[in-house]
Design a protein. Structure first.
Length: 271
């Protein structure tokens, strides 16, 4: 919206993009300054070594201070074992399917709203204000943990999908709020999930592969858009219904995650 306003004021499009790129420079510098000298995982290992060599610390206290892995079968295991795990494969496709609809919707919102300027202006404002949901998302992740967060983000995306299938003004505005919220929490949960489930030995690689798959699947929006424009006379109902069905199917992942966690937790207690 800001870029469009600047362009309408007569500014060249290349200068507008260059200006926005310059805004990222301070963030890049701050990020380099704040980078820790040691990774989180390395700090935890150093701490563990210090604890092991403290003669006054009892065996029970040492055991309590060890980091607890949700899934010992994949936590800080080999890269191959983690990538081929159902916990990773399902999470990647869960992420890709849930990220697809918000991206497709936001990129084609003009066609979806049939050039109705009032809801379109509201969408621009709501989408831009998604960062206000960050404190709420942080509270949910911290208070209720990864299992609930996965289910919650799946439900939020499914509700958005259902709302996107209707053209009523009130439901459109509700879908704007839901897609803005769901888009922010989705990426937060992904980072938390990979760190908590797989550890940090291969964190960057696992995250990179996941994001590449999400991007590649995201390219399918172009044939879907072409099909909508050529064969459905610009009617986006089919695409919204189709993506809502896929959003419903993603409930397989939180169900599997919960059952797998209960199984491994029960097996650990029996040992």
């Amino acid at each position: 919206k800001v870029m469009l306003l600047l362009y309408e004021k007569g500014y060249r499009i290349d200068l507008i993009f260059f200006g926005f790129a310059l805004l990222l420079v301070p963030l890049f510098v701050i990020g380099i300054i704040l980078l820790p000298n040691k990774t989180f995982e390395k700090q935890m290992r150093i701490k563990q070594v210090d604890i092991e060599h403290q003669p006054l610390v009892t065996a029970d206290e040492k055991e309590l201070d060890k980091p607890k892995a949700m899934f010992p079968s994949v936590y800080n295991q080999s890269m191959l074992k983690q990538v081929t795990s159902p916990l990773y494969i399902l999470s990647v496709f869960w992420m890709a399917l849930l990220a697809f609809h918000p991206i497709f919707y936001s990129c084609n919102v003009v066609g979806i709203l049939a050039n109705d300027k009032f809801p379109l202006s509201i969408f621009n404002c709501v989408w831009s204000c998604g960062f206000f949901a960050v404190p709420i998302i942080g509270f949910i992740l911290d208070k209720y943990g990864i299992s609930f967060s996965i289910f919650f983000v799946t439900l939020a995306n499914f509700i958005f999908g259902v709302l996107s299938c209707f053209s009523l003004a009130g439901l459109n505005i509700s879908s704007f709020v839901m897609v803005s919220f769901a888009n922010v929490i989705l990426w937060s949960v992904e980072y938390m999930y990979i760190g908590n489930v797989f550890g940090y030995d291969n964190f960057g690689k696992l995250l990179g592969i996941s994001n590449i798959v999400v991007a590649l699947i995201g390219l399918l929006q172009y044939p879907l858009l072409s099909f909508t424009l050529k064969h459905l006379n610009n009617n986006f109902l089919f695409s919204n219904v189709l993506q809502t069905i896929f959003a419903f199917l993603t409930f397989i992942f939180p169900v599997y995650f919960t059952l797998r966690y209960l199984y491994e937790n029960r097996a650990a207690k029996q040992e």
